[in-house]
Write a protein that binds this ligand. Structure first.
Ligand code: CP
Length: 317
């Protein structure tokens, strides 16, 4: 199901995917997030921006970071926020996601922030909604997690500057099942990243179209040589068929990021992870909690990024 993410005049209508979004739109959202950052973790400065508008978080899958930061972002912009609890709702009586969304829309919701296990589900909901209802994809299947992609780019910019053509970035791990990796790849390509490397078990590599413009480096030590940033991915055991990874110990031995391995990257390289982490599976404690880790900065950047997206969709510019 395809819906246009942009109004005819180029303004953002929905945020479903970073794929196909103009680089200028991504950069504007990052600039907006940077400007909002001093006010994202408290204060009253922007509390009137979305006064009178209503935002609903509608999560058919679990979340800690994305859902909480959207809630706080909406509050800091002064919107009314409805945190819809799917587990205690009439979905258990068989109500479909589309009817659930339309029911909430009838109560005056202006924007839905949706997570769903099925690829394309959020675009499907957007296609069935009123023309002026906005949708933000908070993660669908293995396809897209656009606000994670944006907050990752914001974190990279803060540490490495806005000229991505100078950067070597490595994404390592379970790329096959990762919507974060797909959104990061769309954003890294749009921003003109100098070199994008990917690494992981052959069985956890997606198709060539997903990896266009990337160097596939099968061996982790070689992939780490001289990179400016390492983006580690969670091993998504809940989405995985049996047998794709023989053992967690074997996975850590081949693709776990340890302090010894990290020495192959540039000395000022940053370590990123979208969370939640499987400590001791894809990343060692000493790296996750070490001086090069920016993992909790990524979490913090979720707030201004989500404020910027809500403001772009709901404030008219
Ligand atoms: N990174 C991320 O999407 O985390 P949550 O699943 O906790 O929202």
């Amino acid at each position: 199901m395809s819906v246009s993410q942009l109004h005819p005049d180029g303004r953002l209508r929905h945020l479903i995917s970073l794929d196909g979004l103009p680089a200028a739109t991504i950069e504007e959202l990052l600039e907006s997030a940077e400007a909002l950052r001093p006010h994202a973790h408290g204060g009253m400065v922007y509390r009137q921006v979305l006064a009178g508008r209503s935002v609903c978080t509608l999560f058919f899958e679990t979340s800690t970071r994305t859902r909480s930061s959207f809630q706080l972002a909406a509050v800091r912009l002064g919107a009314d926020i409805l945190n819809f609890d799917v587990s205690t709702s009439s979905t258990s009586k068989g109500e479909s996601p589309l009817d659930t969304m339309r029911t909430l829309e009838a109560m005056g919701v202006d924007a839905f922030v949706v997570r769903h296990a099925q690829d394309g589900a959020i675009a499907g909901l957007a296609a069935g909604a009123r023309p002026d209802t906005a949708f933000i994809n908070a993660g669908d299947g293995r396809s897209n997690h656009p606000t994670q992609g944006l907050l990752d780019m914001l974190t990279l910019r803060q540490h490495k500057g806005s000229d991505f053509s100078k950067l070597k970035v490595l994404i390592c791990g379970d790329i096959l099942h990762s919507r974060v990796a797909r959104s990061d790849l769309h954003a890294l390509r749009a921003l003109g990243t100098g070199e994008i490397r990917v690494c992981g078990p052959a069985k956890l590599m997606p198709d060539d179209a997903t990896l266009r413009g990337c160097q596939v480096v099968p061996e982790f030590d070689a992939a780490l040589e001289g990179v400016d940033a390492v983006m580690m991915l969670r091993l998504q055991r809940e989405r995985m068929e049996q047998g794709l990874v023989p053992s967690l110990e074997g996975y850590f031995a081949d693709f776990g990021l340890t302090p010894e391995r990290l020495r192959r990257a540039r000395p000022d390289a940053i370590v990123m992870h979208p969370g939640p982490m499987n400590r001791g599976v894809e990343i060692a404690d000493a790296v996750a909690d070490g001086p090069q880790s920016v993992i909790f900065e990524q979490v913090g950047n979720g707030l201004p990024v989500r404020m910027a997206v809500l403001r772009a969709l709901l404030s008219g510019g």
